[in-house]
Design a protein. Structure first.
Length: 398
């Protein structure tokens, strides 16, 4: 790790901080600076290595040099923070055997990993000599995966963007189609475990929840500025929270006195008002709803499924991993609708040809993890994999 950091800091390329959408926080967010011994080690390696090495990362604005400030993009301007290490390990990829089987990557295949994360799935494809176009909206994920997958050279090309923008990847020539697309949805374990990202109330941190700098607002802004009706709609639509009305009233009354700025504050306020019954924290659904609203997750998923279908070759594979019912419902209905040659309506005199018949389903039901995986990775318990194959009908843009 530190060898990689030092190598990227060498040569005549000036160090440039990443655009930091979480920069500027001066109070403790639960992330410590690197211990002095690590800084000394990095300095020693820098003086020893003669040649610069720089990772190329594609962004929506083109190609840019990914130089790395040694505290990472989340640490800028937060010299007083103390607590945990800045980069908790990325989670192991879920359903690896199932993804490997259904993607069936071959030498020369071109595959889009639309939710790059730590690069675990991408590495599986690269080891089979496929070319992978990685997409992620999180700069930290792009940087981590770029380091991890550097040995594969130009076979791996990362792109900092939302997965709904996958067809804008600079690695895709105009009109070029791909052999496979993978979407592994939801928040990553790494994001949950990093307190300063503000996704979880298990570790107190800033109320942020943005998956990337493209998010229009933070959780703090939404919680403190949205109307009561907007809050209610989010908790009902994205959290399916039975106590939504009560929680929203509580939030609105409390924020009049003091705004919410910390995850622990919001969670404890909800717990105090509702009480705690059973193992599930009463703020769980609220946090899920706020996160999904801030990041526009369901809207982006619908767009991404259309984009993925449009860029697949005939017989190309589309794999979607979901973790809760709202995501899975959208993926399931999308697959089912686009796999129907004919569609019907009670008001029609007869069934009609489906103009959006682009997919076939090799397996109709969702695929879950096996007992072996669950024994080593409990977080995979709610994962569901759905698989579709592209047929040879020309995609028509609506």
């Amino acid at each position: 790790m530190f060898l990689s950091l030092a190598m990227r800091c060498l040569g005549g390329i000036p160090l440039v901080k990443k655009d930091s959408f979480l920069a500027g926080r001066r109070k403790g967010q639960g992330t410590a600076l690197s211990p002095p011994i690590f800084s000394a080690l990095a300095s020693w390696v820098q003086s020893w290595m003669p040649q610069p090495l720089c990772c190329a990362i594609e962004t929506g604005a083109g190609l840019r040099a990914a130089t790395h400030h040694h505290h990472g993009f989340l640490m800028a301007g937060r010299e007083e923070e103390q607590g945990t290490a800045p980069f908790p390990p990325y989670h192991r990829p879920v359903l690896p055997d199932e993804v490997d089987f259904w993607m069936d990557a071959k030498p020369g295949d071109l595959i889009i990993d639309g939710t790059l994360g730590g690069g675990g799935h991408s590495e599986m494809f690269l080891r089979k000599s496929a070319t992978v176009l990685g997409v992620d909206r999180d700069p930290q994920a792009i940087e981590y995966a770029g380091d991890r997958l550097r040995p594969f050279g130009t076979s791996f090309r990362p792109f900092l963007a939302n997965y709904a923008e996958m067809r804008q990847h600079p690695g895709l020539a105009d009109g070029q189609l791909v052999d496979g697309v993978l979407l592994d949805l939801g928040v990553s374990s790494h994001q949950i475990d990093t307190a300063e990202r503000g996704f979880s109330f298990q570790k107190d941190g800033p109320l942020d929840m943005r998956m990337g700098p493209d998010a229009a607002l933070s959780a703090e802004q939404f919680v403190n500025e949205a109307s009561e009706e907007e809050l209610l709609r989010a908790l009902r639509d994205f959290g399916e929270e039975p106590q939504a009305r009560r929680i929203c009233r509580l939030i609105v009354e409390r924020r009049k006195k003091t705004p919410f700025v910390r995850t622990g504050d919001l969670a404890s306020c909800i717990e105090h008002a509702l009480g705690r019954h059973g193992r599930i924290h009463p703020a769980t659904r609220t946090f899920q709803a706020i996160r999904m609203r801030v990041n526009q997750e369901l809207d982006m998923l619908t767009r991404a499924l259309v984009e993925a279908t449009a860029c697949l070759k005939p017989n190309g594979r589309l794999l979607v991993i979901t973790f809760h019912s709202l995501e899975d419902k959208i993926a399931k209905h999308f697959f089912q609708h686009h796999a129907k040659p004919m569609i019907d309506d009670p008001t029609w005199p007869a069934p009609r040809e489906n103009p959006e018949y682009y997919l076939t389903l090799p397996v109709r039901k969702a695929i879950g993890p096996g007992q072996k995986e669950l024994s080593t990775n409990p977080r995979a318990r709610s994962a569901k994999l759905r698989v579709a194959l592209r047929n040879n009908r020309s995609f028509v843009t609506s």
